[in-house]
Design a protein around this ligand. Structure first.
Ligand SMILES: [Zn+2]
Length: 464
């Protein structure tokens, strides 16, 4: 397990690309995979966007045209209108995408930033106990490329596993991600099949006014300047002012929406540069959503309500296909099986998900989510079956809610008393699931940070 080098990687974040065949061989106990071109198979591109709330995409019914390019992908593919993240912040959700497991099974659950001790506390390692999608593909002839723009997904945290090349960009915006891709491009052109994972960070705070879109969404510079360029910690510090100003939540949304357009534009640039596009499956999703005072909170990682866990999920196969919208509740744990099916690879045993390309079943599966930022924090868990969602916070029976998402998509009406039989049934199913899936204790990747890294984390609101 690599324990050193985080500082170096953060400092060299501009466009550091790490050559990692030895990481696959030594770090994971797996044989090094060939980087040679393989004549058969399908290229796979997985695009993840940080903090992208499904309801703010035009393709998901939003009133603003925030995502014209992603809409065009959906127009030749499948849009899943009820996709859920497995948690509401980055490490557990992204580890679910990589492993196909729920957080309690892969063990990347906790995470605290402690400025006083100068450490990223308790973010657990994505350990080699479980297959990750990049390694699974690499072992089966794929050349694998990863681009991370979030400090929670570094080589030091284990998120580089299985990637032949991995760009560890710290917290970076879309141009840096596309630049890293451009630097990998000559090699990707020579690789068949290839797997590319690229993460875009921009919709995450601080919210920047992205032009030209912000000019349409909010031409009043004076109004958005109060909130732009500010970390969530600073914005939360203005909560009294925001609550007293009825225009404030909308201004935050204006900034956020302009960042979605900005990201969409950079994804267009990426996809237009992809080699062998006619033989490439593209999957787009997010790690979690964002709240704009629906529950009196701002940001994410505080609840399992829909605004924080409902994510976009678009699967665009190679070539032209007719657009489909699938309303069945699905989860980001389904991405691993989807990629396996597209690549023609066997599925590792024990995964809870199901391929999104295989929709014959049509039954209402149970979808789970969970949230805990520390061992001492109150746990939150949810189960969704069809349109019904049961949420508990602080352990069994402490705070429970039942929502009918079909009639109440914004979860305002708690039906726990009205429909107590259904609530009890879902609660029992959730308890059985929790008992059947004991918490896996992945080791923390506690890594002392230097002053510069602490300053960077603080500026982004990650340090208290
Ligand atoms: Zn995130």
């Amino acid at each position: 397990m690599k324990k050193s080098g985080l500082k170096l990687r953060i400092l060299a974040r501009a466009a550091l690309i790490i050559w990692l065949p030895s990481a696959i061989a030594a770090g994971c106990g797996r044989p090094a995979a060939p980087v040679l071109p393989v004549p058969t198979g399908r290229n796979i591109v997985l695009i993840t966007i940080d903090t992208l709330r499904a309801g703010h995409l035009s393709g998901y019914g939003y009133h603003r045209k925030t995502s014209p390019f992603l809409d065009s992908l959906a127009a030749r593919g499948t849009l899943f209108s009820n996709a859920s993240a497995t948690s509401s912040w980055t490490p557990p959700s992204m580890a679910s995408i990589f492993t196909g497991l729920y957080p309690r099974s892969h063990g990347v659950i906790y995470g605290q930033m402690d400025a006083a001790r100068g450490k990223v506390m308790e973010q657990q390692m994505l350990v080699a106990d479980f297959p990750v999608i990049a390694a699974h593909l690499a072992e089966n002839g794929y050349s694998t490329y990863g681009i991370s723009t979030n400090l929670h997904m570094t080589a030091a945290n284990g998120f580089d596993r299985g990637f032949h090349r991995f760009a560890d960009l710290g917290f970076s915006r879309a141009p840096a991600a596309n630049k890293a891709f451009a630097e990998m491009l000559p090699e990707i052109r020579e690789s068949r099949p290839y797997f590319l994972w690229i993460h875009y960070f921009d919709p995450h705070d601080p919210y920047y006014p992205c032009r030209p879109w912000i000019n349409d969404y909010n031409p009043e510079k004076a109004s958005y300047r109060r909130y732009s360029h500010k970390t969530m910690k600073k914005i939360r510090g203005m909560l009294d002012e925001i609550r007293a100003d009825p225009a404030a939540p909308q201004i935050l949304r204006d900034l956020y929406d302009s960042e979605i357009n900005y990201t969409d534009d950079h994804i267009r640039e990426l996809v237009e540069s992809l080699p062998d596009l006619d033989n490439t499956l593209i999957i787009v999703t997010a790690d979690h959503g964002e709240e704009f005072l629906e529950r009196g909170e701002l940001g994410h990682g505080s609840s399992l309500f829909q605004e924080q866990v409902r994510v976009p999920l678009i699967v665009a196969p190679p070539g032209e296909a007719s657009a489909q919208v699938i309303e069945e509740a699905v989860s980001i744990v389904d991405i691993f099986p989807t990629i396996c099916q597209a690549a023609g690879l066997p599925l590792p045993p024990g995964l809870p998900g199901r391929s999104l390309l295989d929709r014959a079943a049509g039954e209402q599966r149970a979808i789970f989510a969970e949230l805990s930022r520390a061992r001492t924090a109150r746990q939150q868990e949810s189960i969704r079956r069809g349109d019904w969602k049961f949420v508990q916070r602080g352990g069994r029976g402490e705070r429970r809610a039942l929502y009918d998402l079909a009639g109440d998509p914004v979860e305002k009406n708690n039906l726990i008393e009205k429909d107590s039989d259904r609530a009890r049934s879902l609660e029992s199913e959730l308890e059985r699931w929790l008992e059947a899936h004991p918490l896996f204790e992945a080791p923390p990747a506690d890594e002392p940070l230097g002053e510069k890294e602490i300053k960077e984390l603080r500026s982004l609101g990650y340090l208290n």
